[in-house]
Design a protein around this ligand. Structure first.
Ligand code: ZN
Length: 175
């Protein structure tokens, strides 16, 4: 069996088979697929495809957002920042201490900072960003002296799906 099964559904990126029958893994898997779907839509609308979801401590999604930098002409309209703002509004509380943030791409310095400020409990992200990733690739803001908040990080979740989605989008743009 190969590393992936390219599914015949509408999504143009490969989804790997479920590898572990573990409730936490399955939960992350489900939300990351949803984040990939969101990102796909952002890509169609002309933005770099990145999707983010905030899930609360009981397992409900309280915010979903995509990168809207082009759509809004806002340099700070990254998926993570928009999702965190939305989550704070929904909660009427910016302390997101029981929440998990799912995002298809490793957060940049701005977003990694915002994730710390929001006191997010767990970050689950897909593709590493070798140019701007500020969680482990270029820099590590969560573990740096800048951060006084302990963040659990699960990096590289559905990494290949998230990376293919971005690579396909950039390849199409170059055509
Ligand atoms: Zn960012």
């Amino acid at each position: 069996m190969g590393r992936f099964t390219r599914t015949k559904c509408a999504v143009p990126y490969p989804i790997p088979p479920i590898e572990f029958n573990n409730p936490e893994y399955l939960r992350h898997h489900g939300w990351m697929l949803k984040a990939l779907d969101l990102a796909e839509q952002a890509g169609i609308e002309g933005d770099v495809p990145v999707g983010a979801i905030v899930v609360d401590g009981v397992g409900d999604a309280i915010a979903m957002a995509v990168n809207r930098r082009e759509q809004d002409q806002d340099p700070t309209a990254h998926a993570e920042v928009l999702a965190l703002r939305q989550a704070g509004l929904v909660r009427k509380n910016w302390h997101l201490t029981d929440c998990t943030l799912y995002v298809t791409l490793e957060p940049c310095a701005m977003c990694a900072g915002a994730i710390g400020l929001a006191r997010i409990k767990t970050l689950v992200y897909g593709a590493d960003d070798l140019k701007a990733g500020a969680v482990r690739s270029v820099w590590n803001i969560p573990d740096s002296p800048l951060s006084n908040h302990r963040l659990q990080v699960i990096g590289g979740f559905l990494e290949e799906s998230c990376r293919s989605q971005l690579q396909d989008w950039f390849a199409k743009r170059r055509q």
